[in-house]
Design a binder for this molecule. Sequence first.
Ligand SMILES: *[C@@H]1O[C@H](CO)[C@@H](O)[C@H](O)[C@H]1NC(C)=O
Ligand SMILES: *[C@@H]1O[C@H](CO)[C@@H](O)[C@H](O)[C@H]1NC(C)=O
Ligand SMILES: *[C@@H]1O[C@H](CO)[C@@H](O)[C@H](O)[C@H]1NC(C)=O
Ligand SMILES: *[C@@H]1O[C@H](CO)[C@@H](O)[C@H](O)[C@H]1NC(C)=O
Ligand SMILES: *[C@@H]1O[C@H](CO)[C@@H](O)[C@H](O)[C@H]1NC(C)=O
Ligand SMILES: *[C@@H]1O[C@H](CO)[C@@H](O)[C@H](O)[C@H]1NC(C)=O
Ligand SMILES: *[C@@H]1O[C@H](CO)[C@@H](O)[C@H](O)[C@H]1NC(C)=O
Ligand SMILES: *[C@@H]1O[C@H](CO)[C@@H](O)[C@H](O)[C@H]1NC(C)=O
Length: 900
Amino acid sequence: MSSSIECRYSKVRWNSKLCHLSRMVFICFFLAQILNADAALSADEGNVLQILQETILLPNWTGNPCDEAWINCSSTNPQHVLQLNLAGKNLTGAIPPDISRLRGISIIDFNNNQLNGSIPDIRNLTNLTKLWIGTNNLTGEIHESIFHLGNLTEIDLRNNQLNGTIPKALENMTRTITYINVKSNLLVGSAPNISALVNLQQLDISSNGLTGPFPDITFNKQLIGLSLANNFLRGPVPPSVIQNPKLNWIFMSNNSLDPGPLFDITQLTGLRTLSAGRSRFQGAIPSLGNNTVLTEFTVPVNNFSSIPLDWRNVTSLTILNVASNIITGNLPMLPEYSTQTSIFGLRLALQKIDFSNNSFTGVIPKSWGGLSFLEEMNLAYNRLEGPIPPEIGRLNQLKTLNLSNNQFSGRIPDDFRYLSKLQILDLRNNQLTGPVPDLFNNLSSLHSLYLDNNSFSCIPKTLAMKQGINITFQGIRSAYCDNGQESLSRGGIIGVAVGGFCAFIAILALMFLIVRRKRKICSHQLSKEDMPKSAKAFSIKEIKTMTENFKQPVGKGGFGSVYYGKLPNGKEVAVKVKAADSKQGVKEFLNEVQLLSRVHHKNLVPLIGYCLDGQEQILVYEYMSQGALHDHLHHPPESSSTSTRQGAGGFVSSRHCSLDWKTRLDIVLNAARGLEYLHKDCKPPVIHRDVKSSNVLLTEKLQAKFGDLGISKQAYEPDTDETMNTTGISTAVQGTWGYMDPEYFTRHKLTVKSDVFSFGVILLEIITGKRAQTQKFPDSEAVTLKQWVEEALEENKLKSVIDPRLRDEYSEEGMLMVVNVAMKCLLPNGVGRPDMGDIVYTLLQALQREKESRTRTSEILDEITIPASAQLTGQHNVEHSVLSPVSSVQPNSSLTMSPR
Ligand SMILES: *[C@@H]1O[C@H](CO)[C@@H](O)[C@H](O)[C@H]1NC(C)=O
Ligand SMILES: *[C@@H]1O[C@H](CO)[C@@H](O)[C@H](O)[C@H]1NC(C)=O
Ligand SMILES: *[C@@H]1O[C@H](CO)[C@@H](O)[C@H](O)[C@H]1NC(C)=O
Ligand SMILES: *[C@@H]1O[C@H](CO)[C@@H](O)[C@H](O)[C@H]1NC(C)=O
Ligand SMILES: *[C@@H]1O[C@H](CO)[C@@H](O)[C@H](O)[C@H]1NC(C)=O
Ligand SMILES: *[C@@H]1O[C@H](CO)[C@@H](O)[C@H](O)[C@H]1NC(C)=O
Ligand SMILES: *[C@@H]1O[C@H](CO)[C@@H](O)[C@H](O)[C@H]1NC(C)=O
Ligand SMILES: *[C@@H]1O[C@H](CO)[C@@H](O)[C@H](O)[C@H]1NC(C)=O
């Protein structure tokens, strides 16, 4: 700082006034002397900093705050604050309006703190150029005053809880603004009109609740990045998108755009990232023309039907994801790694490819062995065939390889021994043969190996028994390879043959007869096509063995009883036996077997096998040890001491407690994904028709899977989503009272939206904790759960219907999102209801809010033990006795649950 300070600093008004007051000449002189020694912050701004320190916990200072590293002051005398660089400094509390007295400030950087409250009126900070308060806990609306600051270039308010709309005043900011980021807030209303912001370089409004059309960017010729993902934007993508040659990245997944072809990306020669999942694009993925910088092309869950066959010129590509489209034809040629490939000094190579859930045919190109830097390859759920090329074993950077659910044949190549970084290998549901090689024993990174439902002859015992790796190999007939014998058989069978030959033949013949007999028993009335490869046919004898003669019933339904069982390999199963008087006929039975053998999803209960023997119709499912969501929500909780009975308890597990909100969200999210798969990824879509909380089954770790697809129906092949939503199948009404879509019930119109309606009822169940078919609701004439909640919403008393067992421990924003989407699911008219994808998305967001609110409060919760409030318990019991008038309600049950 300069030491020759005189009164020429009179341009600072405070000082000049003093100096022109003749009576204060002396004082001025005196002050000037002091300032000569050491410049000081203006008194008023010093006060403001003091206030800031007290209110938002600025770091402490001694002496002149301008000397601190986090502040930058003018070299005038007195000094003025020019910058506050306080990112990640644990600021908390609300920003006081006094900040607007730091008139000369040009940069406010409060990113990554815990500031809350709303943004104050800062219209007087006319010199402000950068306002960064991202990743805090701000609430309320974005203060309009920001958009009147004519020198502002950058606004970063991402990751807060700002609500309301994006102020219209934004449209008047013409000259200076280059960067706007309001990602991940709670903003609603139309996406902003940015036509006037001619200098705008980056706009990120993603992950809000914005509606209206995709913004017009005709005039934003400086635009480099545009992120609109995760909103509810509608309509077509405006043609102006391709008139912005500088566009580098576009993120636009998860909106509600009109179906149509992808815009002509060949015009966007500078495009590096296109992320446009779930955007209803259809037709061909165009070839990329002259684009030589494209690095990420991510377009999953669209309706693309073809893909260019040669991508070898796109040498900059690092991620190519076209999962869940309807692409047919062969897999494309991909750019191999070459040392020349370098953009902006970075050497690029393909790292991740995802072609899963399409209808690709043919073989894996051998040339893919040149993708030396590939880390992830997913080809699951296609119609690929032929042997796995040994060249794949050269991809020594590969961490995940998923080839499941294709028709690959032949042996696992020996070259797989070079996949030293491989962590996950999924080969399920193919036609691979030969013994499972023991090379997997030597892959030190491998932690998950799925081999089920192939035609492997055997598995090395060492591998099957290997610790620390998650391995499944259902369907391998003679369990273990005898290593010695295998090497002998390779050397020549003659040596062994002499003595053992006859015995060997005899055993073979016997086995053949047994197999024949088994087939005969269990394939009764099934034609060859009816015999799905992935579902195993069991004999009634095997069923009796696995259930110890139907010893342990674990559930009962309209169809009959469910028994606990154990396969010879130790796997636990649920064995569902049709009752003699069941209405479910052979048709439904076959439907379920066929369907379940065709659909595979981690959120659908997998069918392991079946037995059809005379009158007996038996299905063998994976055992879901935690029973149904319905039981957890609607059975009285028991004290945790009984949890030791778990495991034996089966479907009606003893470990029911009412589940906290995050767990409930997690469960319905997984259930929603199962349904989404049936609706979206099965062609034609599958309508479950019996969506209810008792069909949402839970694994030991409370992972949800939908069960009971017995009456599900395949929709007729639709032309587009629209015809599926409006036409629908006429069919005899089936389903469960309380969950049934009124449109389906009254007009026999069955669409995927009927499942959506029923799912809405499940959402209300997790919100309220009430049964779908309760006879009576507290303080209400309502006869359905939907009516009851509607009433409460109309009277603005939402809180009165929220399950008191949640004890107000949930993020309100998240709760509101779920209530909103539930009510949309329950709209009388199917067309207006969201689809399962929208619901999955909303639930993800709600879960995100819940996680955020937990990480924010977890420290506090860890320290404070929540007192068991007597009042709360009282309410709980009153509520509970209305809820489930079952005798065994334990009065203080909720208190035995530990607060998270
Ligand atoms: C800052 O000063 C306040 C009192 O002025 C004191 O309570 C606080 O502990 C100090 N913080 C640090 C980090 O020194
Ligand atoms: C913020 O607080 C956390 C814990 O309270 C502490 O670990 C961290 O060092 C603090 N950060 C700063 C920049 O003071
Ligand atoms: C804003 O900045 C200009 C030039 O940097 C300066 O002359 C002016 O005094 C500043 N305004 C305020 C209110 O401090
Ligand atoms: C802005 O400054 C003017 C004049 O100094 C003052 O009257 C007004 O209250 C200030 N407004 C805000 C919101 O700080
Ligand atoms: C921008 O800052 C200058 C001083 O640097 C100031 O004079 C001008 O009023 C500001 N512009 C607006 C529109 O506030
Ligand atoms: C915005 O949030 C605040 C609380 O943070 C609330 O008082 C206000 O009503 C909300 N406004 C809108 C439009 O949702
Ligand atoms: C934009 O500026 C014009 C002219 O200055 C003014 O009339 C209009 O109200 C402003 N719009 C908003 C939303 O501030
Ligand atoms: C963040 O804001 C929410 C809503 O205003 C509040 O409930 C929560 O406690 C805040 N968290 C922190 C860490 O300040």
